[in-house]
Design a protein around this ligand. Structure first.
Ligand code: CA
Length: 229
């Protein structure tokens, strides 16, 4: 059976993830410190490590560096509240296989875990890229490209773009986007979705996300070209 080690010092999150993974037939163990995480990984039997960066005894990134320095190839997905691009890049450079910022959606975490377990090393390009018309999203580098030109997104903007790319041409309501992108940690009355749609439009071009009045938003991978004649 697949053994997932969860290194997380927040009980609520550790329990949420453990319960979900167990429901999908995996076995889990939870540790709160980097020391224990390192020891368990190095003693073998761990198929994948979910690693929080802010652990009870310090920086999870240090655990990762040590593991890789000792030659461990166990796949690592970083889970963290730190969501800046700098942290993402640092995590990946330290040898993480993937990166998710909190709060996250369980199904997305599960999909990423399965991808890592299957791929071991590098997944095929087709599995790590979502393409839709003129847009393409790289799930590993966490970048979006418009007509092949890369655009840098914040972690939350990226998650929003990913939610749209996974449901091309569907109208997604604010509630759906809130639960998919902001996970368990949202206020249903908030206008955060509208704010982030505005950010995303500003970065990739407003024509790619259309507003469906009274319903929500829809991604248009190939917007109609309206040129003045
Ligand atoms: Ca933590």
């Amino acid at each position: 059976m697949t053994q997932i080690l969860i290194a997380e010092d927040e009980d609520r999150i550790a329990a949420f993830v453990a319960k979900g993974l167990q429901a999908h037939g995996m076995t889990t163990s939870v540790v709160a410190s980097g020391r224990e995480a390192f020891d368990q990984v190095m003693s073998g039997g761990v198929d994948l490590l979910l690693l929080d960066l802010g652990l009870s005894d310090g920086d999870g990134g240090e655990v990762l560096r040590q593991m890789r320095a000792e030659g461990s190839t166990v796949p690592v997905i970083i889970l963290t509240a730190r969501s800046s691009v700098t942290d993402t890049v640092a995590g990946l450079e330290n040898g993480a296989d993937d990166y998710m910022s909190k709060p996250f959606r369980f199904e997305e975490l599960l999909a990423r875990i399965r991808l890592r377990l299957r791929g071991a090393a590098a997944p095929a390009a087709s599995e790590s890229t979502l393409a839709q018309g003129r847009l393409s999203l790289d799930l590993l580098t966490r970048r979006i490209a418009v007509d092949g030109a890369e655009v840098e997104l914040s972690a939350r903007e990226f998650a929003l773009a990913e939610a749209f790319m996974r449901h091309p041409d569907h109208v997604l309501s604010r509630e759906q986007l809130l639960s998919q992108v902001w996970g368990y940690d949202f206020d249903p009355g908030s206008n955060v979705v509208d704010v982030y749609v505005r950010y995303l439009r500003r970065k990739i071009g407003s024509e790619f996300i259309s507003t469906v009045r009274g319903m929500g938003y829809r991604l248009v991978g190939t917007p109609a070209v309206t040129e003045p004649d």
